[in-house]
Design a protein around this ligand. Sequence first.
Ligand code: BES
Ligand code: MN
Ligand code: ZN
Length: 484
Amino acid sequence: MELRLERTSVLDCATDCLVVGITQGDSVEPTGTELDTLIAELIESKDFKPTLGAILVLRHPRDLSAERLILLGLGTADKRTAFAEQEAFIGLGKQLKSLPIREATLDLASLTGGQASSVERLGYGIEWAQYQYTATKAKKDEETTELGALILLGDASHQVALQTGLTLGRGANLTRHLGNLPPNTCTPRYLADQAMAMAERFPTLDCEVFDEDAMTEIGMHCLLSVSKGSDEPARFIILRHQGAKDPNQAPKVLVGKGVTFDTGGISLKPGGGMDEMKFDMCGAATVMGCMQVISELKLEANVIGVIAAVENMPSGRATKPGDVVQTLAGKTVEILNTDAEGRLILCDALTYVERFNPEAVVDIATLTGACLVALGKHNTGLLSTDDALADTLLQIGREVGDPCWRLPIEEPYQKLLDSNFADIANIGGRDAGTITAACFLSRFTENYPWAHLDIAGTAWFSGAAKGATGRPVPLLVNWLKSSA
Ligand code: BES
Ligand code: MN
Ligand code: ZN
């Protein structure tokens, strides 16, 4: 999307569509011009109530040169969370997408109060709403006019923030798209090809891909045990962004669960809703989205994105409950349930990344149905052995409207993973499923600061709006940008 700065007033700008934000409260003058009289009348007559997310579209608004005026309600400033504001901006984006307009003019002052973080969310919301899945539809949805340009009223200072928001939105849309693609398209090899193609596009980015022979060679037997039942070969993908002035700066590392389809394996899942297990690679897709964003932003930091990509299928060659496998770390695992496969691929990836001497590692995984039960679809589950890292992620999540909520990793839960036949069992029983999954991972992360994001509830919407959300790309990109 093109960005342009214009210095006309809200009254004089001849645009397809002028967008003005209205904060609730007695003495607020949205634009400080004659337009405020019209707005006051609309509120007075109850034609518009500026609650957060409310939208009114007017054609040929009185006294304005604009063809259309959109009023976006912003509620009251003190009650507005970043999350709710983000939703409202996505709603605005959807409205813009539905109108036959090629450009929209944003009155940034009234929409964001001039706050850079809000400007970023505005860009994110507009870009997010432009995404439409058509890849595997013969009949494309009804023709819509593409929103090609955003015009900013006001000073240039917020152009960067808006651009950053748009870039973040495009990254989230990549994450969503990879998640949405059907599992007969989006296989481990497909993810590897996409990573390779991304590295071609950016000079700071390098990609390395291991096939199954290479993984056998290094000793990633635990990861490979998940892939054994599938005819699709596994891939281990490493994307490196070298952006720091000091090439030896310790990198932040992202590790994504990339189960391109999770049938459960021999511990087969029930049939209902199983299609949604195509989203079991959303951790991997998040890594891809983040790597694209930081490459486009030319982030001055070293970041490594790692993806463990497999398909979890039953077959005569598949891993069975009771099988014992050896991890890259040397520990043995008794696989009591082949549906607890995410931790089996992540543990080898988490061991592998030790060699990067990371500043910190965050893994992202649709790891447990229990996380959905505990936290629902609003908060991502956060589990960490490092309080400082956990606090940083909690705070950033709240600030950017991509929240997470911490669950404990503590010694008494670790016991639940005891096995009579191996060093560790891959499940801990019915209780505290999200915690025992993280406990399993924690056995492989002792040599660096580490946090785990369980995105089972937040990575996609079910029901009529079924589709990937692009979370937690905003949280992670903002963490990568932070110095903490
Ligand atoms: N990918 C699933 C977790 C999942 C399930 C995410 C439903 C979102 C919605 C994971 O591989 C899995 O199957 N986990 C099991 C673990 C259990 C066997 C200990 C689960 O949550 O049931
Ligand atoms: Mn599973
Ligand atoms: Zn899974």
